[in-house]
Design a protein around this ligand. Sequence first.
Ligand code: SF4
Length: 367
Amino acid sequence: MGEDAAPRAHSGRSFFGYTRSDLSPIVDPAYRATQLFEAVYRQGIHDFERITNLPKALRADLKARLDVGLPDVHRSFDAEDGVRRRLIRLSDGELAETVYIPDGGRTTICVSTQVGCALACGFCLTGQLGLTRHLTAAEIVAQAVLVRHLDIANPERKDGFNIVLMGMGEPLHNYDNVMRALAILHDPAGLNMSMSRITLSTVGLLPELERLAGEHLIPNVAVSLTGATDEKRNRWMPINRAYPIADLVAALGRLPVRPRKKIMLEYVLIRGETDTMDDARALGRIAASLDTKVNLIPLNESPDLALERPDRETILRFQAAVREHGVPTFIRKSRGDDISAACGQLKKTWADGKPEIDLQALGVGGS
Ligand code: SF4
């Protein structure tokens, strides 16, 4: 199979877009595909020539047909708290963000699913960029492989990380590529990621949520619910005009039990806009009806957003009011503050042509 003959679904030449069964036209017998997955994903070998348990002829054939190289890092930004944010350069020159987030014994890799985003949420810098294109499954998987390769030095911990689809883009808007990426990440011969260690963050695209409910592989689901009434949510999340809160709640209720148990409602606190006690009570009622958890995200302030985060006292009062409904309610810890480590901020600031010194000076909150 040459480059032109590669099935479209495979993301072209990149090895990271192939499931093991996709490889069967190239790699025969099937156990060779397992050896290949183990070498690339478990041993971190990113050169077919160096996978010496494969026959020489097969290695040469693979090299001619597929590319197993990691993406180029365009720029990398280190925060004082250990968060490392990268802009990676895609094959067509576009940039996508990937973030490594160490947290004590836990490591999380945040990956993007699109370049930009079409959903235009009013509190999000990525939304200001608009959608440039979907990422391929290979480009999604390669982000996790890259961060694991560069940042997770202890081999004992290589498999012990979580992945959140919370970078640039709306994952369910890029449904087929995201589902293919999940299948590749899940493969026991490869990274062997349990779906309980992957969280997909969505605004709640209803047709795709319904599709997800019928999938074999369903990750944890986080739903952005900034605005607890239709009136408020219409304002901050335009998707609500198509899929209002009652319909969203009904669709979430139809997810199978395990993913439903794991649903997290994410709510951005914006001073004077989404932080009133009425908002808290409305949010508490919704979360209680779904028997779910709430993650409060104080706004990541930015010079590009004429919005402010509430003060600490208001945030705590809001949390207490939601908790009165018996809902576990958390306040998201701010990470990577000094490197603009919030949704879409690095790409946005880079796109604006701001020098690195300005990035350091922004001092905005991370998510
Ligand atoms: S919050 Fe998510 S869905 Fe909304 S504009 Fe930003 S990236 Fe897109």
